[in-house]
Design a protein around this ligand. Sequence first.
Ligand code: ATP
Length: 428
Amino acid sequence: MENQLMEKIVALCKRRGFIYPGSEIYGGLTGTWDYGPLGVLLKKNIKDLWWKEMVQLRSDVVGVDAAIMMNPTVWEKSGHLEAFTDPLVECKICHQRFRADKKEEVKAHEKTHKEKPQWTSPQKFNLLVKAYLGIIEGQQDEIFLRGEITQGAFVNFENVVSSTRVKIPFGIAQIGKAFRNEITPGNFTFRSREFEQMELEFFIRPQDAEGDKWFEYWRQERMKWYQALGIKKENLRFRKHEDKERAHYARFAEDIEYNSPFGWSEFEGIHHRGDWDLSRHNLSYVDDDGKKFTPWVIETSGGVDRSLLFFLIDAYAEEGDRKVLKLNPKLAPYKVAVFPLLANKEGLVAEARKIYEVLKPWMMVAWDARGNIGKRYFAQDEAGTPFCVTVDFQSLEDGTVTVRDRDSAKQERVKIVTLLEYFQDKLQ
Ligand code: ATP
């Protein structure tokens, strides 16, 4: 059943233009995915809503957008060259490689062999992706594509403090791509080799009580955000990291997990990074009274791709023949779809086109004049479009249209002149 659900989501994503396999016409590239016309809109909505919540609506957070390629010293200082590793084991029978800490995956593989498999002992495998920069062949510098976007916020700590009016406690927010040479990419986009993160580094005074207070505050805020955007409460939980699984920088850490078809899975981490990063980069902060100290950091690190996948899974429903993505309207790629009842009646097409043009500057609007109305509703339900507008013969007489609600499938007549206001109100 659960595998079936994943298969359905993957197929819907391809069919409707949310997500395609990366470089598909050349056989793909493992661990990479391309977002199509609907996927890119959904992704943008997630990032815009996150930015609004974490930067625009707050007065204690500012944003940065740091370069993906960084001086390699960053990765030495941050500890990633030494410790950004996963334990790799190889099956001695078929030579497939796995993460030793993902016990379920290792066990599942053991079942595929008749004889009891033997494993190599775990080796540390560094996840940083290498690249080469420079114009003289043979003398190029080895650099790394960033394995987490986090360091871009830390290396700009002094720049931000001196170029803005932020005072501790304050945060630096950032959204951007990260790259990891994952040992076992899989579960659709869940574990990719190229993905996007949305992160907050929140700088506080170094005291245990302060750390606990802000850690608690941010874990609650982040959980509330996912719930407010419609993920069902029962599909969300916190999970504390055990001592042995914590990243090299973390004093303590907790994940927000989703009850996915492949089990409870992390899609955001709340990390208490202590003074690990700033002290490794030799950075500090001077208070108004001249006292110098190294701030502590509480981090919220979410995956754009993983949350997108979980928003899709959580919103997917089958009701009779129809498959529907009951996405929160704020997330929905298209907000409204406009149709003329019949594509070959000029009067209907012209009126529908007028409505389409009026709404378009304000929101993403889809146009569909193919097939019959039933087929168009079917397609828009799968795309998660909250409202469909149909222009029919009555529209030409009394200036009203049918508005059909995605979730209830109920229809009502609305005056064309009030449509923009009607949708703005519903989409707030
Ligand atoms: P995992 O153990 O599941 O690989 P992680 O603990 O290494 O994840 P973090 O380093 O805490 O992940 O990264 C923060 C967030 O970035 C994750 O919660 C996730 O949403 C996202 N992320 C990390 N690795 C990947 C990946 N390979 N593909 C997609 N998203 C990822």
